[in-house]
Design a protein around this ligand. Structure first.
Ligand code: PGA
Length: 254
């Protein structure tokens, strides 16, 4: 079966509304020229740019994504954003458990699993991020760390329907460093994650859950990464901030 490849741009805390406007003015006319018959393209702007991005991307093939979401639908959760509010805006995918959430803001597997459940229940698709630090890799604990993050992150989901879950493998040492995992390193972990998903949900469903790679993806390394059989797409930080670079990544032959 021909694969569907996912290209999700994570703007992190970049591009407020005026920058978002000039980004989409350059990005949207070009993206409509790319053959997207087997590709999904999404962008995760910061919360404050979401509504504006929604207006600009309406009617375009670009899917709107968020960078986090609360586990609850509403209530006394200062500083959080509800998955229902995101849904109302037209958001389809939500990045959860990103390493910056885990390492800078102290988010634990305990919290992330609640977020995954809340997002899933709201009808949005969680993009659950997992990945080891350099130290964990050096100690030979990569599989242990990612399997804990995956199992715990998904532990509150009673069931998973096809098309309703995405996993992103993002080795912490590769994020924002310019040092990407080699295609072989990525494939090794992706196939491990695929087997783990198969043990949880059966082979058929595991095959249908996209596993994205993230960490210093560029127009130069995308072609080799996407060739790997278990790399179903990429989560792109730095290179997604430049519309021309992100377009080059999205335009890769699959
Ligand atoms: P990067 O970030 O592409 O800048 O390494 C990836 C990510 O954090 O999702």
């Amino acid at each position: 079966m021909a694969k569907i490849a996912y290209f999700i741009g994570n703007w992190k805390m970049n591009h407020g509304i005026s920058e978002a406007r000039s980004y989409f003015e350059r990005f949207l006319p070009e993206i409509s020229k790319v053959d997207l018959s087997r590709k999904v393209v999404g962008i995760a702007p910061p919360f404050t740019s979401l509504a504006f991005a929604r207006k600009l991307t309406e009617g375009s093939p670009v899917k709107l994504c968020a960078q986090n979401a609360c586990f609850a639908e509403k209530g006394a959760y200062t500083g959080e954003v509800s998955p229902l509010m995101l849904k109302e805006l037209g958001v389809e995918y939500v990045i959860l458990g990103h390493s910056e959430r885990r390492h800078i803001f102290g988010e634990t597997n305990e919290l992330i699993k609640k977020r995954v459940k809340g997002v899933y229940q709201a009808g949005l698709t969680p993009i659950l991020c997992v990945g080891e630090t350099l130290e964990e890799r050096r100690l030979g604990n990569t599989f242990l760390v990612v399997s804990e993050q995956l199992k715990q992150g998904l532990s509150e989901l009673e069931k998973v329907e096809e098309g309703r879950l995405i996993i992103a493998y993002e080795p912490v040492w590769a994020i924002g460093t310019g040092v990407n995992a080699t295609p072989e390193q990525a494939e090794e972990v992706h196939s491990f994650l695929r087997d783990l998903l198969a043990s949880m949900y059966g082979k058929e469903l595991a095959q249908a859950i996209p596993i994205l790679y993230g960490g210093s993806v560029t127009p130069e390394n995308i072609a080799d990464l996407i060739k790997e059989p278990n790399v179903d797409g990429v989560l792109v930080g730095g290179a997604s901030l430049d519309p021309e670079k992100f377009l080059k990544i999205v335009s890769v032959a699959i």
